[in-house]
Design a protein around this ligand. Structure first.
Ligand SMILES: [Zn+2]
Length: 74
């Protein structure tokens, strides 16, 4: 797809690292599938993946974890 931010680049499939914070909990997700703009580097994560990340971060927060590093797997 075409990048919505810079309007010039095209996105390619790749993976990225995403950090989510909830109150005192920080969750680092590695290897998150994303489409990355070859021009500006903007990363696009699908709604489905984003939802999974938010759900996981919420679970970690409820467990009272302060810092968690996870390999993302759909
Ligand atoms: Zn771009």
């Amino acid at each position: 797809m075409k990048c919505a931010i810079c309007q010039h680049g095209r996105t390619t499939d790749g993976s990225t690292t995403i950090v989510l914070e909830r109150a005192q909990t920080t969750v680092v997700f590695k290897n998150v599938p994303a489409k990355i703009c070859g021009n500006c580097g903007e990363e696009y994560v699908s709604a489905e993946v984003n939802e999974a990340l938010l759900r996981q971060a919420q679970e970690e927060a409820e467990r009272g974890v302060t810092l968690e590093m996870l390999d993302f797997a759909v």
